[in-house]
Design a protein around this ligand. Structure first.
Ligand SMILES: O=C(O)CCC(=O)C(=O)O
Ligand SMILES: [Fe+2]
Length: 338
């Protein structure tokens, strides 16, 4: 299968979402916008995420891969009023997503994905909607804007995408022994028809992708860490039916792009509602975090309410009739947590 040309564009003064961009997003499931943030904006974002511990003090291990490598993240519900919040509220980020999704969006969450150098973990194949479906989001009218903080290249585990795979619909997600991710048999079949691309980007570039696109990233054994800032949006018309750990419809106060440069708040994270993975009985970050903390395949997961969990048996089954290998009521419940 030939690698298709990238659906890539460059940000410039007077940037507009074109018919071609809409068509690429619809048909291929993603677009890349080079230089979405200019140098000045990017430096402000870097100062906010890396100039103090205001954000990184909330980091937790998002998963340990089969080679023991780790991947940390910080996740927050609302944009807040610091520089990262201005980016998430900006016309060029949020407004572009509104055009691509065809209507008003709200901020579903943002996150800093911190893949360390030398020992950075993988993110296995998944669709974001593979998780968000279980949060009561009835439509896959959701998307992510992935903005590298560091160069994201093949060597340090950049994002990989199966082009056009969003058209395959929601793929089953199930525990792979470590985490809950897409059914690899299905992914391998999809790989035969949807070309795999490595989305190599420089800091300030962005890839905007549909919630049903299959994506993954490799481990990082290189000397360069791979951090990225991701903003996630949901259509206002897709208010989740379930109260869960990400926000239901909350109007997004958008700002002009100039607000990014005008913002001088690098440290006050008030209003972001940053997740604390330490409080299992309040907002648990996600099931992959829980899985990462356990050493055994025998897990106990119980959801007492949308805000309280304990572990219930998720036992690998030897029973051939349960080909998934897991008892699945708990699996379905646990998806709500991602
Ligand atoms: O940062 C990455 O490599 C992938 C992150 C991702 O896909 C996610 O958090 O859903
Ligand atoms: Fe993802």
């Amino acid at each position: 299968m030939e690698t298709p040309p990238l659906c890539e564009y460059r940000y410039h003064d007077g940037f507009e979402v074109t018919e071609q961009m809409l068509n690429d997003f619809k048909e291929q499931g993603y677009i890349i916008i080079r230089n979405l943030l200019d140098q000045e904006e990017l430096q402000k974002v870097i100062k906010t995420v890396d100039g103090s511990d205001a954000i990184t003090k909330h980091a937790y291990n998002h998963g340990i891969d089969e080679k023991g490598r780790k991947f940390d993240r910080v996740l927050w519900s609302h944009p807040g009023h610091d520089v990262t919040g201005m980016v998430a509220r900006s016309e060029k980020v949020a407004g572009t997503c509104e055009k691509l999704l065809g209507g008003e969006v709200y901020h579903y969450h943002s996150k800093l994905m911190m893949k360390p150098a030398k020992n950075g973990g993988t993110k296995p194949w998944h669709q974001d909607y593979g998780y968000w479906y279980f949060n009561g989001c009835l439509y896959p009218d959701m998307m992510t804007v992935f903005i590298p903080i560091d160069p994201c290249k093949k060597e340090n585990g950049c994002l990989q995408i199966l082009v056009g795979s969003h058209k395959c619909g929601r793929v089953e997600h199930k525990p792979d022994g470590r985490e809950i991710n897409a059914d690899m048999k299905r992914v391998n079949d999809i790989k035969k028809i949807c070309p795999l691309i490595y989305v190599e980007m420089d800091p300030g570039d962005a890839v905007l992708f549909h919630s049903n696109i299959l994506h993954a990233s490799d481990g990082n054994m290189s000397d360069t860490r791979r951090w990225a800032f991701l903003c996630v949006y949901n259509r206002a018309t897709n208010n989740p039916t379930i109260e869960h750990h990400h926000p239901r419809y909350t109007p997004l106060y958008k700002v002009p792009n100039s607000a990014i440069k005008e913002c001088t708040n690098y440290t006050d994270m008030t209003g972001k509602d940053i997740m604390s993975p330490k409080s299992l009985d309040n907002t648990i970050s996600n099931i992959n975090f829980v899985l990462a903390k356990t050493t055994s395949l025998t897990l106990k997961i119980h959801i007492i309410s949308s805000k309280q969990i304990v572990l219930r048996n998720l036992i690998p089954s030897r029973d051939k009739s349960r080909q998934n290998g897991y008892q699945d009521k708990a699996t379905a419940d646990s998806f709500r947590l991602v």
